[in-house]
Design a protein. Sequence first.
Length: 236
Amino acid sequence: MPPRCFKFALLSLALASSLPAWADDVHYNQVSLRAEVSQQVPADLMNVTVYTEAQNRDPGKLASQVTDTLNKAVEQARQAKGIKVTQGSRSSSPVYDEKDEKIINWREHAELNLQSSDFTALSQLTGELLTTLKMGDMSFSISPTTRKTSEDALFKEALAAFKARAQLATEGLGGSGYKVVNLNLNTSGYGRPMPRMALMNDMLRKSAPAPVTPQVEGGTSEVNITAEGVIEVQMP
């Protein structure tokens, strides 16, 4: 019996000595805060896809024809300064008769991708290429350098806005100061810019009798930075 009582007493003492440690883990006067800042960032890259498409009963002759057309376009595009030229997707598929039983032709499709920060130069080149090629797509984007610069500036603004709200919360609760318990910074936005284009109907025509220079503006994308976290207000 005495040994059992002795063990019970030691257990009770251990539990009692651990209670203050639990109490120290309890935090009071914590406030959740959220601050958001945004900015309209102009698109500074123009992306254009043009393509050639043809049909021929002889797949070898068809491939040669498409390659020749594409090579001439690449050579012409590379003469323009400040424009990045890359070959896009290329595919070949059979064309069947009305009963879908016999191959009567072959169709080949080949794309050329163009990108530049010089909208005027790329617009002019696009108009020239549309005399022999067709328009696939035109889009605008934000370059990595511009993205980083805008995000860095917004991060500072978001942190300043969070600090201002933290100070307001501290003063409202009658605190003498605060400490940040946790803080998260999140980026959102960068949707596809909505461009404004003149002469759009001419750009989308299958062919043009003379070079057409579209007048374009890249538009902007809204970038959002959110600072979200918890502070602990220190009471006097």
